[in-house]
Design a protein around this ligand. Structure first.
Ligand SMILES: Nc1nc2c(c(=O)[nH]1)N[C@H]1C(S)=C(S)[C@@H](COP(=O)(O)OP(=O)(O)OC[C@H]3O[C@@H](n4cnc5c(N)ncnc54)[C@H](O)[C@@H]3O)O[C@H]1N2
Ligand code: MOO
Ligand SMILES: [Mg+2]
Length: 438
């Protein structure tokens, strides 16, 4: 008899699988390899930046008090007693009416308390000595970059779990991290099932399609910060698939399969979970696409049975796999970032389940607009290409009109959201959901 599945809502589904989340260990990588990784510890300043008062200009270090009476009519003359390039130090204190020629980045010599830009002075030689004249007064501290003005010793500059962007790399280098502590990437295995699948370099044949899901999911794993491991594509043969799943579980932190989770004759994943003795957390979610997404747990390890339909597979990954990858990486915000936008096109089709519509977010006249990218069927692959958001359209009896405010989930974002949730959606219990069954 056909198994009846009980749909649960997305939030409940996420909650159930997060019980099996686990954090990974920390490893170190060379700084050149740190971009795109997740910081494995707090980055704190162990010294002031800059470490010494320094000149922000090429010019002359002076004592401001010597310029008190300087004016166009009464320029003040100073003797230039030395010169300091960046990287050098001038150790003698400068005295009354003395100046030191100084370059950008060089330390301010003792006694000096202001810098005059090179362009603003007259500089000349007389009897083998160098002089310059200033025709306006300066205040103490003029044109000085003070010790610690950038960052004070002891400040936490980035917290554990931060995505390493080029700016973080600059800080890491500033504080001497040749080796950078980063979160180890979880190993996420990907097994595609389906007798119709061709290798992507095979010519097309009747009834066959190329396996796009594996590569799509590997790319999603990489975007989420994990290490995808392609474990092959299998025809719909129970023993073959069972053996591969059982074996794959030994090698990975999380296992993703695509296809074979629905109720077709060759959809073997439900039987595979049974034979494995895995605990199925859910096998029907009140969402579209991806309603057949199944998640099971075996000895604490999560198995994600994503749909074979490309768009359903894609959405299932972003909603359910991404949070456990982010948790493994010690990221504080596990979920795809949630923001508000204006719906750019009518979406007239009502649906009892929440829809996650592939959309493209653009900016127009100060507004954020999100419009569906193409055919919104779960078997469609083309509408994924320009999708940078999922537009969340809560289930109900009405469609949605252009101009309505909607929630969008930002797919390319690295910051994430602390909570998964739709501020517009009233939370329905599983029982209510059942009444909404399609
Ligand atoms: N009687 C019912 N039929 C279906 C139901 C249902 O509830 N009752 N659910 C439908 C929904 S919703 C979805 S989504 C799909 C899910 O199917 P499976 O996860 O079992 O996946 P398959 O049957 O293996 O394949 C579905 C579809 O996707 C194509 N596919 C599979 N693998 C790949 C791949 N690696 N790359 C690209 N495309 C792939 C496959 O050829 C099929 O067209 O079930 C509905 N049916
Ligand atoms: O799992 Mo399906 O994607 O709802 O069409
Ligand atoms: Mg199927």
């Amino acid at each position: 008899m056909l198994e009846r599945r009980t749909p649960i809502n997305v939030e409940e589904a996420i909650e159930s699988l997060l019980k099996y989340k686990k954090t990974g260990t920390i490893e170190t990588v060379e700084i050149e390899k740190a971009t795109g990784r997740i910081l494995g510890g707090n980055l704190f300043a162990d010294h002031d930046v800059p470490l010494f008062d320094r000149s922000p200009y090429d010019g002359f270090a002076i004592r401001a008090e010597d310029t008190a009476d300087a004016s166009r009519e009464n320029p003040v003359r100073m003797e230039v007693v030395s010169e300091i390039g960046a990287g050098s130090v001038y150790n003698q204190p400068i005295k009354e009416n003395q100046a030191v020629r100084i370059m950008t980045g060089a330390p301010i010599p003792e006694g000096a308390n202001a810098v005059v830009m090179l362009e603003l002075v007259k500089n000349y030689e007389e009897n083998g000595r160098v002089y310059m004249t200033i025709n306006r007064p300066y205040k103490e501290g003029d044109n000085i970059s003070f010790r610690g003005e950038d960052t004070k010793k002891g400040t936490i500059l980035a917290e554990k779990g931060t995505y390493i962007n080029p700016g973080i790399v600059a800080l890491l280098a500033t504080f001497g991290y040749k080796e950078v502590p980063v979160s180890r990437k979880p190993k996420v295995g990907v097994l595609a099932t389906g007798s119709e699948l061709l290798e992507i370099n095979e010519p097309l044949a009747p009834g066959k399609i190329r396996n796009s899901n594996s590569y799509m999911v590997l790319s999603q794993i990489e975007r989420a910060g994990g290490e995808g491991i392609f474990l092959g594509q299998l025809s719909d043969d129970f023993d073959l698939c069972f053996g591969h799943v059982e074996n794959a579980l030994q090698q990975v932190d999380f296992l993703i399969t695509t296809g074979g989770v629905s109720v077709g004759d060759y959809d073997y994943l439900p039987d595979i979970y049974r034979k494995l003795g895995a605990n199925v957390l859910f096998n029907k979610v009140g969402m579209r696409p991806g309603s057949v997404t199944t998640v099971a747990e075996k000895d604490g390890k999560l198995l994600f049975g994503l749909s074979g339909n490309p768009s359903a597979c894609y959405v299932g990954f972003e909603l359910f796999v991404r949070p456990v990858i982010r948790y493994f990486l010690n990221c504080p915000h596990l979920f795809v970032r949630s923001e508000e936008a204006v719906l750019g096109k009518d979406f007239p089709k009502p649906n009892p389940f929440t829809r996650f519509v592939r959309g493209e977010m653009t900016y127009s006249g100060g507004s954020v607009i999100a419009a569906p990218t193409g055919l919104d069927k779960s078997g469609v692959v083309s509408s994924l290409a320009s999708a940078n958001v999922l537009i969340v359209l809560p289930g109900g009896t009405r469609g949605y009109k252009q101009g309505m405010r909607v929630q969008v989930l930002l797919l390319d974002d690295q910051q994430g959201s602390e909570q998964f949730g739709n501020p517009f959606q009233k939370k329905e219990s599983s029982e209510e959901r059942m009444q909404l069954r399609e």
